[in-house]
Design a protein around this ligand. Structure first.
Ligand code: 1PZ
Length: 214
């Protein structure tokens, strides 16, 4: 029983991203952050070597959860309403960071860039073969996405941590979705939704020239 209650499957996490997008093509922050909380939980299961990553991700999700539960919570229902509200109220540092608290826009931008890494990484896992090396898939995905935004020391720490990743089969297994084949099939179903969330966010941020927020 206890084991079952603790059972944690990446399927549910990825499904959160499926429920993010509304009929009006808005991205809802509630399920977006729930998806992130689940990813962070999964990251914890990969060991302490990734704690520098999860610490930063937790801090960013926490900032957003505070906005979503705060006085202006109705402005933080979707990414679209957040962008509109924060820009109209002058809450976003556009050139350099001032004494203002971290805006939702700059915080989501960091998570959004990490979502691109996730998309590439999971796609690499999905299309890999049994003897593909997870660390190589992870490094390639990182270099093609997040690395561009990180200073040397973080790139170095990330690359070292990637070497501690389990083999592709073990990785697919700890996703707790079933057999490796079932995990691959689940990724094939879930990834289009993550792509969709990524694409809508990218377009929204590009439209408002928010892709380089400090
Ligand atoms: C499966 C293996 C997991 C590997 C995770 C790959 C991502 C490596 C990212 C390492 C960055 C961590 C250190 C913190 C960096 C921050 O400086 C930046 C910019 O924020 P700012 O300084 O501007 O406030 N933070 C980020 O880029 C956000 C990184 C979030 C990474 C979340 C990964 C979630 C992994 C889920 C695993 C299934």
């Amino acid at each position: 029983m206890a084991v079952e209650a603790d059972a944690f499957s990446l399927r549910e996490v990825l499904a959160a991203f499926q429920t993010c997008v509304t009929e009006q093509r808005e991205v809802l922050l509630g399920p977006y952050l729930r998806g992130w909380r689940g990813l962070i939980r999964f990251l914890h299961s990969l060991g302490a070597i990734f704690s520098f990553v999860s610490k930063d991700a937790v801090a960013k999700v926490q900032i957003m959860e505070n906005y979503c539960g705060g006085e202006q919570r109705e402005k933080y229902v979707s990414l679209q309403s957040m962008v509109e509200y924060e820009l109209a109220s002058g809450l976003v540092d556009l050139q350099k960071r001032s004494g203002r608290p971290d805006s939702g826009c700059r915080t989501v931008l960091r998570l959004h860039r990490a979502l691109r890494w996730l998309q590439l990484f999971l796609e690499g896992l999905r299309t890999g073969t049994e003897d593909s090396r997870t660390s190589v898939i992870c490094t390639d995905s990182y270099n093609a996405s997040l690395a561009a935004y990180h200073p040397w020391v973080i790139r170095k720490a990330a690359t070292v941590a990637f070497c501690a990743l389990p083999s592709r089969n073990a990785f697919l297994e700890i996703m707790n979705v079933g057999t490796a084949e079932e995990a691959v099939a689940m990724l094939g179903e879930a990834l289009p939704y993550i792509c969709d969330v990524y694409g809508i966010t990218q377009e929204l941020f590009a439209q408002h020239k928010l892709l380089d927020l400090p």
